[in-house]
Design a protein around this ligand. Sequence first.
Ligand SMILES: [Zn+2]
Length: 378
Amino acid sequence: MFLTHAHIDHIGRVPELIQEGFRGEILCTHGTKALIGPMLEDALEFTAYHQDKKEKIMSDIEDMTWGFEYGESFNLRKGIRFSMGRAGHILGSCWIRFDMDGGSSIVFSGDLGAKHTPILPAPDVPEPCDLLVMESTYGDRNHEDRTMRWQRLGEVLFKALADNGKVLIPAFALGRTQELIYEMDRLFSGHHKTSLKSKIPVFIDSPLGLKITKIYSKLTEYWDKEAIGLLQKGDHPIDFNHLYSVERHTDHLKLLEYPGPAIIVAGSGMCAGGRIIEHLKHGIGNPKTDIFFVGYQARGTLGRRIIECISDKDSQVIIAEKSYPVRAAVYRLTGYSAHADQQELLAWAKAIRPGHIKLVHGEPMAQKALKTKISLMQ
Ligand SMILES: [Zn+2]
């Protein structure tokens, strides 16, 4: 089994597969191998498996998983070689190429990252292949310019913190949390006009987000030139001195009573659970609170419901069966997708010059739009 990256929609059913008897090898990059442990441990908390069973599954996964380097070719079995390239989506993410004796080749894109993703280099381009199996999440859309994104974040933070209240940012633990820390590190380092002058405390109130941030911090060989340059200058790009880890539940409870000003990053990204829920209960009725959404909010989630309140002044939301008035200011910050947009997907596919393309991982509308563009390209 090959894994392209450690997002839960790509690895979430690995435990079930092992439970059902899978005993093969699991192949991925070293970065993905480091991340699947904490991601799956967290996911297993939501299952009915007994604790002993969870531990057994996790140790089986550890034993069965092999990490590989980017850019090298390995023998899978007689007649088939494989290699992995940088996909620029999250730490350790890769596309996978298979070369068969006789000359035919297939590339699987996995989730492909967007350009200017903080911390990570842009995706590598594989050599030409016969078949390209490519994701198409944003096949029908283009992102806005991301180079100025951290400055836009600075401007909204500056305004939001003027009343000394709290800023709540629901964020996914893997990828988005580290990108936000990186951007806040830039903002607090004082090199830009939108820099935040005072050292407002930033709390990462997410045990999983903290575990993953530690892995991101350690695996510097996966960083881009900009992040490495900052580290060499003595500025660790995913750490600053008023960034606080909230690990223990008792500290989480204390933080709920903290008056502000403060920036709190907590999961889950769509407010479907996690520590953000208690922060919302405490803060959503307070006009001094600001809530920033930096990711997609699926229909039916609390996050989506709160966003709908932007255009509805006297609105209420239900959190854990209780109704709360929405008096907090709610913002939607754009440009935070971890996926390549239509232009980037097309440019990447064009550079590979595949014989055929199969589109996967996208809504029918997105695939249709991308298919039309591809047929014009060929
Ligand atoms: Zn992904």
